[in-house]
Design a protein around this ligand. Structure first.
Ligand code: BGC
Length: 731
C-alpha cells in the first residue's frame, strides 16, 4: 500500500489516465496490459543507477563469523535484491527451496516450516498433482513470510547413484523430471512467487561442482538434461532459471552463451531471467553470455556486476542493450508473477500443509519386496521389535541448502563435522514426529521393544521373541559432496542381517537419499523405500506398514546391483586434488539410468519404475498407431483383492531397428478390485527423435517404432509397433 502511494505521487510520463478523472496510473501497474508492455514501460522509467540495483543480489543471512550480515530490508533467507520503491518495484526475497522453506543459520529466529519429503519421494509418486500441490505449499509458505522468489525446483538428472543431491531432485528420466518440475513451478507461481528452475545445466554430481567440466556431446545433452529443463519450462513457465556452478563442455554454465543465450533464450524463447548459483559468477562478461543477475555477490571472488560491469561496458565486451535486456527480463518475471500488485500475505495452515507433505510421502513410498506378504503387518501383534534409524526421534532429512528447520523443531541433530561453511551444513537432522510413535499409535495393545540398533545381537534376541520386527535404516546425503558408495553406512547391513536371521517377518524401512545395496535382500521379509519422509513421513510410513495405505510409489531411479554396473566406477573428481579443475565425461551420454542398464545389458537390483502393491495389476489390448507421433492405448486391470493405484508405463524399445529404452509416458490409475480402465498415451515427438547438432533440429527418422508397456523398465509385457513420419522439429 505504501508503495502504491509513492508511485501515484510521481510525475509520470508513462501513465494512463484513470477513469472518471481519477489520477493517472503508470502503465506498469496496469494489470490490463501485457507483461511485455508493462516491463517496457517500467524499464523506460528506471534511471541507469536503478537498473544496476536489480542486477546484483546479496547473501541474506546472519553469520558474523564469516562476515555475513542480513541486509536492511531483507526478510532473511538465501538472498536479497533491493527493490526500487519510488516505482513500486519490490525487493526480491529469495529463499531455498526444494523441500520446504529453509531458515539458514536461523536468520529468522525460531522460524520453522513444514518439511516436504525428498524430491525422490515426490518423483516416485509419478503424480503431477502431488507435484503441483507441493509447489503450491512452497509458494504459500514462502509468501506467508514475505519471500517472493523460490530457488527451486531442482531437476538435475540422477546420473550416478552416489549423487549427493539426488534426494532433492526428481530422478533419472527427463520426461518424469521435467513434467513434475513443471507442475511444481506452476504450483509455486500460482501463489505469486517466482519459481527458479535449477541448476542449469548438468550439475548432476556434487564432487568438485565448482571446478568440474561436464563433458557430454551436444545431441546427448539435448536428449537428457536439457530436455528435462525444456519440458519443465514449457509446462511450468518459471520466472527464472538458476545457472549451475559447473562448467559444461568448456565454459562455466553461468558464462556459457551457448547454454544461456542460444539454447535457453533463443531456441526455447525463455522470457524470464537467469540468476547465478551462489558463488557461480566468474566474469562481468557472463552478462554478455546471457546471465541476467549475479546472486549473493559476496560469495563470488569479487562483485562482477558492479564496477567490473562498468569496465566491461566501457570496453565494449558487454553491450548496454544487454543490460537493459537483463533488467527487462527481471521486471517481466516480477510482473508475470504478480509481484507488483499489493497482496496480503497468505495464512499458513500448518495442519493442512502437513497433510500435503504426508500425501507426497504416502504416494512416494515404494514397496520393493514382499515375497511372502509379510506386509501389511497385522495390528494384533502381541509384541514387536522396532530398531534403528533414530526411529524414536523422527525421519532423516538430507543436508545442505534444502534443509528445513521442521515444524516442531529438529527432533534430533547429529553433527557430522567438516571444515568451513560446508561443515556447518554437514549435519543429520530428523523431522518429527517419530516413526516409533506412529507405530505405537496403531498398536495400543502391543508390547513394543525399541533399540537403537547399535548392537545387532541385542536386536536379534528381541526379534526372535516377537512375531515381527521393523528395522529402520538410513543413509545421509547432502549438498557439496557425493556419497562414498552405495553400502548402507555404519554397519546397518549387519543389523538387518542379524534381525532377519532371527525373524522371517522382518520389515526393512530404507530411509535413504538414493539407491543402496541390499546383501540381505533374500532374508528380509519385506523392504520398503521411504526416502527422507518430511513432516508427514512417520505417519505415512506407518500407514503403509499396517495397510491403511496401499503403496503405489515407483522408483524414479534405478537401483544398481553393484557399482560395477554404473557408468563410472568412481565419481569423477570425488577424490581429486582439491581445487584442481577436471573433466567429468558423462560416458553414458543421453543413456541415463535405465537406458544405460538396457544398453549395457546389465540387470539392476530394482529397475526404474519398479514398485509393488498390496494388489496386483494386468495389462492387455495394446494398440500403437503412428504418423506424426505415436499414440499408445491399452487396458489396465486390478486383479487383486484390494483397491490400489497402479502406474503402467510405456517405453520406446527400438526406433528404426535401433534398440534402446526411453520412457514415453505413464498413467496413474486408482482401480477397485476387478476394475479395468483404458489408458491412452501420446508420445512427445522429441522422445522419438535424435537431436542433430549439425542441423540444429530434432529429427524423427521415418520408420518402425517399437513400444512396450509394462510395470517398469525391467518388466515390459506388451509390445507393438507402428511407423512414424519423417519430421524435423525446432530445437
Ligand atoms: C545451491 C543452490 C541454492 C543456493 C542458495 C547453492 O549452494 O547450489 O541450490 O539455491 O546455494 O542457498
Amino acid at each position: 500500500m505504501v508503495l502504491g502511494k509513492l508511485v501515484l505521487g510521481l510525475a509520470c510520463a508513462a501513465c494512463v489516465p484513470g477513469a472518471g478523472g481519477a489520477r493517472a496510473r503508470p502503465v506498469w501497474l496496469d494489470t490490463g496490459r501485457s507483461a511485455d508492455e508493462r516491463a517496457a514501460a517500467l524499464l523506460a522509467a528506471l534511471t541507469p543507477a536503478e537498473k544496476r540495483v536489480l542486477l546484483v543480489g546479496t547473501f541474506a543471512v546472519n553469520l558474523p563469523q564469516a562476515g555475513f550480515h542480513k541486509p536492511a530490508g531483507a526478510v532473511g533467507s538465501a538472498g536479497y535484491v533491493p527493490g526500487i520503491p519510488r516505482l513500486g518495484i519490490p525487493a526480491l526475497q529469495e529463499t531455498d527451496s526444494t523441500l520446504g522453506i529453509a531458515n539458514p543459520f536461523d536468520v529468522r529466529p525460531g522460524d520453522t516450516a513444514v518439511a516436504l519429503p525428498a524430491g525422490l519421494a515426490t518423483a516416485a509418486s509419478f503424480d503431477p498433482e502431488i507435484a503441483r500441490a507441493n509447489g503450491a505449499l512452497l509458494g504459500r509458505e514462502a509468501a506467508a513470510r514475505g519471500l517472493n522468489v523460490l530457488l527451486g525446483p531442482g531437476l538435475n538428472l540422477a546420473r550416478d547413484p552416489r549423487g549427493g543431491r539426488n534426494f532433492e531432485y526428481l530422478g533419472e528420466d527427463p520426461l518424469l523430471a521435467g513434467t513434475l518440475a513443471g507442475e511444481i513451478e506452476r504450483g509455486i507461481q500460482g501463489e505469486h512467487v517466482i519459481a527458479v528452475a535449477k541448476h542449469f545445466a548438468a550439475n548432476d554430481q556434487e564432487s568438485g561442482r565448482t571446478i568440474a567440466n561436464m563433458v557430454i556431446p551436444e545431441g546427448a545433452l539435448r536428449e537428457s538434461d536439457l530436455l528435462a529443463f525444456e519440458i519443465a519450462l514449457e509446462r511450468g513457465h518459471p520466472g527464472a532459471v538458476m545457472c549451475a556452478y559447473n562448467k559444461l563442455n568448456g565454459p562455466y554454465a553461468c558464462g556459457s552463451a551457448k547454454l544461456l543465450t542460444d539454447t535457453l533464450k533463443q531456441d526455447w524463447g525463455f522470457p524470464g531471467f537467469v540468476l547465478s548459483d551462489w558463488g557461480a559468477v566468474h566474469a562481468a562478461t557472463d552478462m554478455a553470455a546471457g546471465l541476467d543477475q549475479e546472486s549473493a555477490f559476496e560469495l563470488d571472488t569479487e562483485k562482477f556486476f558492479g564496477t567490473k560491469l562498468d569496465a566491461a561496458l566501457r570496453a565494449g565486451s558487454v553491450a548496454p542493450a544487454r543490460v537493459d535486456d537483463a533488467v527487462r527480463r527481471i521486471l517481466h518475471s516480477m510482473i508475470e508473477a504478480g509481484l507488483l500488485e499489493p497482496r496480503h500475505k497468505p495464512a499458513v495452515d500448518v495442519k493442512a500443509d502437513i497433510a500435503v507433505a504426508r500425501a507426497a510421502e504416502a504416494e512416494g513410498i515404494v514397496l520393493l519386496s514382499n515375497p511372502a506378504s509379510v506386509l501389511p503387518l497385522p495390528t494384533d501383534l502381541h509384541c514387536l521389535l522396532v530398531a534403528g534409524g533414530e526411529s524414536d526421534a523422527g525421519v532423516p532429512a538430507g543436508g545442505g541448502s534444502s534443509e528445513v528447520t521442521p515444524v516442531g523443531g529438529a527432533a534430533r541433530e547429529i553433527k557430522l563435522g567438516g571444515e568451513g561453511l560446508a561443515g556447518i551444513f554437514r549435519q543429520q537432522i530428523y523431522d518429527p514426529p517419530a516413526p516409533l510413535a506412529a507405530v505405537r499409535a496403531r498398536l495400543p495393545r502391543t508390547k513394543i521393544f525399541w533399540v537403537d540398533g547399535r548392537y545387532p545381537a541385542q536386536a536379534a534376541l528381541l526379534a526372535a521373541f516377537c512375531p515381527a520386527a521393523i528395522v529402520f535404516v538410513q543413509q545421509w546425503a547432502g549438498e557439496d559432496s557425493d556419497i562414498a558408495d552405495i553400502t548402507l553406512p555404519s554397519g546397518q547391513d549387519g543389523l538387518i542381517a542379524a534381525v532377519a536371521r532371527a525373524n522371517r517377518h522382518t520389515v526393512v524401512v530404507l530411509e535413504t537419499g538414493g539407491p543402496v545395496a541390499m546383501p540381505w535382500l533374500p532374508q528380509a521379509g519385506a523392504v520398503v523405500e521411504a526416502w527422507y519422509g518430511g513432516s508427514g513421513g512417520a505417519d505415512a510410513i506407518a500407514a503403509v506398514l499396517f495397510g491403511e495405505l496401499n503403496p503405489s510409489g515407483r522408483l524414479p531411479m534405478s537401483f544398481p546391483a553393484s557399482l560395477a554396473d554404473v557408468p563410472n566406477l568412481n565419481v569423477n573428481g570425488q577424490y581429486g586434488v582439491p581445487g584442481q579443475p577436471f573433466d567429468a565425461p558423462y560416458r553414458e551420454g543421453a543413456d541415463v539410468g535405465y537406458r544405460w542398464y538396457a544398453s549395457a545389458h546389465k540387470t539392476p537390483l530394482f529397475p526404474f519404475g519398479f514398485g509393488l502393491s498390496y494388489s496386483a495389476f494386468a495389462y492387455s489390448g495394446l494398440t500403437v498407431s503412428g504418423g506424426a507421433t505415436l499414440t499408445i492405448g491399452f487396458d489396465v486391470r486390478n486383479t487383486g483383492a484390494r483397491p490400489g493405484m497402479d502406474v503402467p508405463q510405456a517405453y520406446l524399445t527400438s526406433r528404426g531397428g535401433r534398440q534402446g529404452l526411453r520412457l514415453l509416458g505413464w498413467s496413474k490409475q486408482l482401480l477397485q478390485p476387478g476394475e479395468s480402465r483404458h489408458v491412452t498415451l501420446t508420445a512427445d515427438p522429441r522422445l522419438l527423435a535424435d537431436y542433430e547438432p549439425a542441423l540444429h533440429k530434432w529429427h524423427v527418422a521415418a520408420g518402425a517404432m517399437t513400444v512396450a508397456v509394462g510395470a517398469n523398465a525391467g518388466d515390459l509385457k506388451l509390445s507393438g509397433s507402428a511407423a512414424v513420419d519423417d519430421r524435423m522439429l525446432a530445437p
